[in-house]
Design a binder for this molecule. Structure first.
Ligand SMILES: Nc1nc2c(ncn2[C@@H]2O[C@H](COP(=O)(O)OP(=O)(O)OP(=O)(O)O)[C@@H](O)[C@H]2O)c(=O)[nH]1
Ligand SMILES: [Mg+2]
Length: 214
């Protein structure tokens, strides 16, 4: 992409995310999903990694997706419509790997997440969020393997970068980049974000618009 085209896309993404955005619905099961008529972008990742906060930062609306210090806040697939007419649907998902939740609940979430990610035709890209303080955990690799097997393209996004030093972030980013290269469906570009400071948010908006339009 030329620099002009890149700047134009960035500006379009900024405008889109500054415009109308609405909560559409919560889907506790796949049968409650809306008709697959808009490109969807899913937010996946371990519990408490900052999925809902990232969605709020991207849309610049604090209370749009519900966040909490207690893991397990998001329990259903929550869909948000971006644009009027709707251009992109953002899908906030429950976290995986939340050991303290009742076993049947964890199982139900896992089936919901996996079935959605594997089977949704309008899913254009998945964002797999990883806490920049912790890097990739075994459960992240499991999800990445599942996405590889289903050929669902995903971006790794390091979150909460305001909580670590730039040198530590550089180390984690290097490690995660090496790991990502082993996963065929992982996009080579890895994002570093802070929902607190807004760092990396504009870049991610642009990437979301780009992946929704291809
Ligand atoms: N400092 C800092 N805190 C963050 C950031 N993102 C999220 N948090 C905090 O981390 C906690 C979890 O955030 P959520 O957005 O609810 O996480 P989640 O991944 O949606 O969690 P579940 O829905 O339970 O899976 C909250 O207390 C947020 O305020 C960030 O970029 N920086
Ligand atoms: Mg959440």
């Amino acid at each position: 992409m030329t620099e002009d085209a890149e700047n134009e896309l960035t500006e379009r993404a900024r405008k889109l995310f500054a415009g109308p955005i609405e909560f559409l619905k919560s889907a506790p099961e796949l049968k409650f999903l809306p008709d697959p008529d808009v490109p969807e972008i899913a937010f996946a990742g371990r519990s408490n990694v900052g999925k809902s906060s990232l969605l709020n930062a991207l849309t610049n609306r604090k209370g749009l997706a519900r966040t909490s210090n207690t893991p397990g806040r998001t329990q259903e697939l929550n869909l948000f419509d971006v644009g009027q007419p709707v251009r992109i649907r953002l899908v906030d998902m429950p976290g995986y790997g939340f050991a303290e939740a009742p076993k049947d609940m964890v199982k139900r979430w896992r089936f919901l997440i996996n079935d959605y990610l594997r089977g949704r035709a309008v899913l254009k890209r998945t964002l797999v969020l990883v806490d920049s303080r912790h890097g990739l955990k075994p459960v992240d690799h499991e999800v990445m393997d599942m996405l590889d097997a289903a050929a669902v393209s995903y971006h790794l996004v390091l979150t909460k970068t305001d909580k670590i030093k730039p040198t530590e972030l550089a180390t984690t980013l290097a490690e995660v980049t090496v790991q990502a290269a082993k996963h065929p469906a992982a996009h080579p570009t890895i994002f570093t974000t802070s929902s607190e400071t807004g760092s990396g948010i504009a870049e991610l908006r642009t990437a979301i618009l780009e992946s929704a339009t291809i």
